[in-house]
Every structure is written in C-alpha cells, then in structure tokens.
Design a protein around this ligand. Structure first.
Ligand code: PHE
Length: 459
C-alpha cells in the first residue's frame, strides 16, 4: 500500500473545507493515527525507512504541512496550524526514534547512546516550553510518562530490553536520568503554570477600591402611600386598627348590605366593572368603595369596633384631572355602645387639624349616603386663602374633604348588631383627592403616570 494514498497534506488547506479550531484538532489527530498505523506496519527495516522518510524526511509530511497548510491557511487559523505542526513533528520524531531497537538505529556504543538521549531531552525540553496551560501539560505528561505508550515505556521496551548486555548499563543510566529530568521538569512547569494562572486570576479579580461605587438611585414612597401612612398614623394614635379588604366583592357587600338595594339611584353614581364569569356563577365586581369592609368587619366582630381600611377602589369613570377608574380610599368605622354625634365630630375635627395643620377649621354640611344617617360632607376651611376666598375654594372659603355620617341603623340589621344598643359613625375619604388638595396637585393622573420628575418632588 502506498504511503501517499489520500495523504491530506498534499491538498491545499482551503480545499480541505476546515473552518475552525476543532476541525484543525481533528485533522492532526487523524494524522497521528495514520502515522502510528504506518509505524506498526513497518516491521521490516526497509519499510521502516520509507515510513521515516515519508513522515519526517525532506519533502515529507512536515514540509508539506508548512507549504500547503500553514502558508495557505486563513489568518485566524494559521497560528494554530503552526503549533499543531510543531507538536506533530516532535510526536513523530520521538516515536521514530524509540520504536526501533538501538542496533537498528546504528547505535552501538555508550557515546552514541548518550547522544541519542541528549536529542530526546532536547525534544522534551522544547515541548515542555510550549506548554502554556494544564491541558497542554497533561498531554505532554502522558506522551512522555504514560504507562502504555509513553516515551519512557517505549525506550524500556524497544531499547533497553533488546540491547546487548554491554550497552544495558549505559542505557539504564541514561533512561533513569531522563525520567528524573522529565519528572522534575514537569513538576516545575506545573508550579509555574498554576502560579501564573493564580496571578492572572488575581489580576482579573482585583477590586479597584478607588473606583466610584455604583450609584443606585434610592426610590421614595409614592405620594399616595405617604398620604395613606399619614392618615393611618393619625387614626392609630386614636386607637383605631388598620385592616385591609378584598378588591373583588359581591354586589351584596358592595351595595345591598350597605342599604343600597338593586334599583336604588345611588348605584348609578357607583357604576363599576363586573367580572366576566361562567354563566350561572354568582356575580362579582370590583368594589366601588372601601365600605364593604364595614360589613365584613361587623360580621366577624362584636362591638367595640374602631377600624380604618386603606385600599384601592374602582369606578367606571373616564379619566380626567379629578377622575380615574382606580383610586384610593380610607374607610373608617367606629361602633360602640356609647358613641355620640359629638364624638364623631370631635374625631373628624381632630383628624382635619392633624392632617392639614392646626389652623384648619371644620364644617359639617348635610349630605346623603344610604348607609349613614345623618350623613355629612366634611369641609375644611381653605388652607390657601384661610377662608377669605380664592380659586382653590372657588371663592367659598371652604373645601370639601370627604363624606361621613352616623351608621344607619338599617346596616346593623345586615350584620346582626342590636341597633337599640349600639351606635357609631363611618367615613370614607378619597386619598388621591386629599393628596391633591394638601400638595396642590392639579391632575390626579400624575399619580399613575409614574414620571420620576413628578415623584421626585415628594421624597
Ligand atoms: N363610601 C362612600 C363613597 O365612596 C363614602 C362614605 C363612607 C360615606 C362611609 C359615608 C360613610 O362615596
């Protein structure tokens, strides 16, 4: 069989269709395998020389790789091809050198033995010099010290065991010193590589303490949340508890139990969103106010009740400067055996002064809610003009704050409270409206647009 049959080194690199480093690696692996197969077949001396000439002689494989591959490779693969070629050359040279008994290599005396070992050592030294990482080193270690076909094993098998008794001591001595040299060199190289890797890692991971830190803007609580907390603070100081409720309610809790029967006109002002549920399900809606929590609380708890309920509510309103389909309320409910209108008025006045400042005066104006009787609107003296009249108060001197009233005895009927024994008051304030008034915000939509230029003004 011809050694040149399908020898890829006769083909120009671009024609091999290899475009990446994996392809190059595979190509050279194939070459090594071919070489080892040729070597195994080259039992006869004459054959061996042909193999040697083909793989290492002038005009042989290495020279063709240089001419046809390295020089014709694309720029990105050329350095790799160059390195692989160097590796292949020493792989071939060592094996050519160590597969033949010394006698056949024409080595008959101790000087020649020493010279051969010097060659080997030089090859090893230059190979080890090329190792740049642990992977390279591992490959070299197996190539030289590997039990099965490492160079040391090959020499033991092919040179030492077949040698004449006179040369044996010389070979043995050289072999031992070569092995020792290989072992210590690999060990030293190993240390160098890991030290280099470590300092590279240290350099990579070094923390530059002089760099300015990452500047993360600190957020602030939304103005609505701040107002919630302000209102909660005031009522907590009066002994109220804060409870929260569900935003999805049944019409019973949102309307009926609050004394708003099905065809009551008050429902028109509180049109809302109904959930799209499978036919036959109980209807559910988004609550139009926090008042359903009055019912839930009284169903669960006997008097005394003193709660406030902050939360979101929904109405089918078109958005404008004072309307939004979602807004915020704080409900209040106090029920006990001895609550009078007087206590109600005092509490509300206290709240208004705490919330708007000690100069704020309070006015109660008759109003109507189905679940309070009597019902009132709480007005505060205009804090812009102090009551003399301005644009904010529409020149009335008063500003409407929120609705309230004494709990309608009809409501107690829905929660099994004894309306003869208990009395109480309730209120429901719009948090968005109160924030707008207190902070002079002319458009409620600003609360929901989340423009930081707006939010930043209320740190
Ligand atoms: N729930 C009423 C509303 O949303 C406000 C209110 C609550 C009035 C409690 C009186 C008592 O308009």
């Amino acid at each position: 069989m011809s050694l040149d049959a399908q020898d890829p080194t006769r083909t120009d690199f671009p024609a091999l269709g290899i475009s990446d480093s994996a392809g190059v690696g595979f190509l050279f692996e194939q070459l090594k395998a071919r070489f080892l197969a040729d070597l195994a077949r080259a039992a006869a001396h004459s054959e061996w020389e042909r193999v040697r000439d083909h793989w290492s002689g002038a005009g042989g494989v290495p020279q063709r790789i240089a001419a046809n591959w390295v020089h014709q490779a694309p720029d990105n693969l050329r350095p790799l091809l160059f390195r692989e070629r160097e590796n292949l050359i020493s792989f071939i040279n060592i094996r050519l050198m160590t597969t033949q008994p010394l006698k056949q290599l024409g080595i008959v005396n101790a000087e020649q033995v020493a010279a051969r070992f010097r060659d080997l050592r030089n090859i090893f030294d230059s190979e080890i010099e090329r190792c740049i990482d642990e992977v390279d080193l591992g490959i070299d270690k197996t190539a030289w010290l590997g039990r099965k076909s490492g160079v040391i094993t090959q020499i033991t098998e092919n040179w030492l065991k077949t040698s004449s008794p006179e040369l044996k001591p010389a070979i043995g001595k050289e072999l031992n010193s070569l092995r020792a040299h290989i072992e210590t060199t690999i060990e030293g190289r190993q240390q160098k590589i890991s030290a280099a890797a470590e300092s590279a890692a240290l350099a990579r991971e070094r923390v530059d303490l002089s760099l300015p830190g990452v500047d993360r803007p600190i957020g602030s609580r939304h103005l609505i949340r701040q107002t919630f907390e302000e209102i909660e603070r005031i009522f907590l100081s009066l002994g109220f508890a804060v409870v929260e409720g569900r935003e999805i309610e049944t019409p019973y809790y949102n309307f009926e139990a609050l004394n708003i029967p099905e065809h009551h006109p008050a429902r028109d002002m509180m049109d809302t969103f109904y959930l799209d549920l499978p036919p036959g399900s109980q209807p559910h809606l988004l609550r139009t106010h926090t008042s359903p929590m009055q019912i839930h609380t009284m169903e669960k708890q006997q008097p005394p009740v003193r709660i406030i309920v902050p939360g979101k509510v929904y109405r089918r309103d078109n958005p404008d400067a004072t309307h939004s389909y979602m807004f915020h309320q704080v409900e209040g409910l106090a029920v006990d055996t001895d609550i009078t209108f007087c206590e109600f008025k005092g509490t509300v006045e206290y709240f208004v002064r705490e919330f708007l400042g000690p100069a704020a005066k309070t006015r109660l104006r008759p109003s109507y809610f189905p679940f309070t009787e009597p019902s009132v609107e709480i007005d505060a003296s205009c804090f812009v003009c102090g009551g003399s009249g301005c644009r904010l108060c529409k020149f009335s001197g008063w500003i409407e704050l929120f609705g309230a009233g004494m709990v309608d005895p009809a409501v107690y009927g829905f929660v099994n409270y004894d309306s003869k024994r208990v009395s109480g008051y309730a209120f429901g304030m719009g948090v968005d409206r109160l924030s707008q008034l207190k902070y002079g915000i002319d458009d409620v939509q600003l609360f929901f647009q989340n423009d930081v230029r707006f939010l930043r003004q209320f740190p």
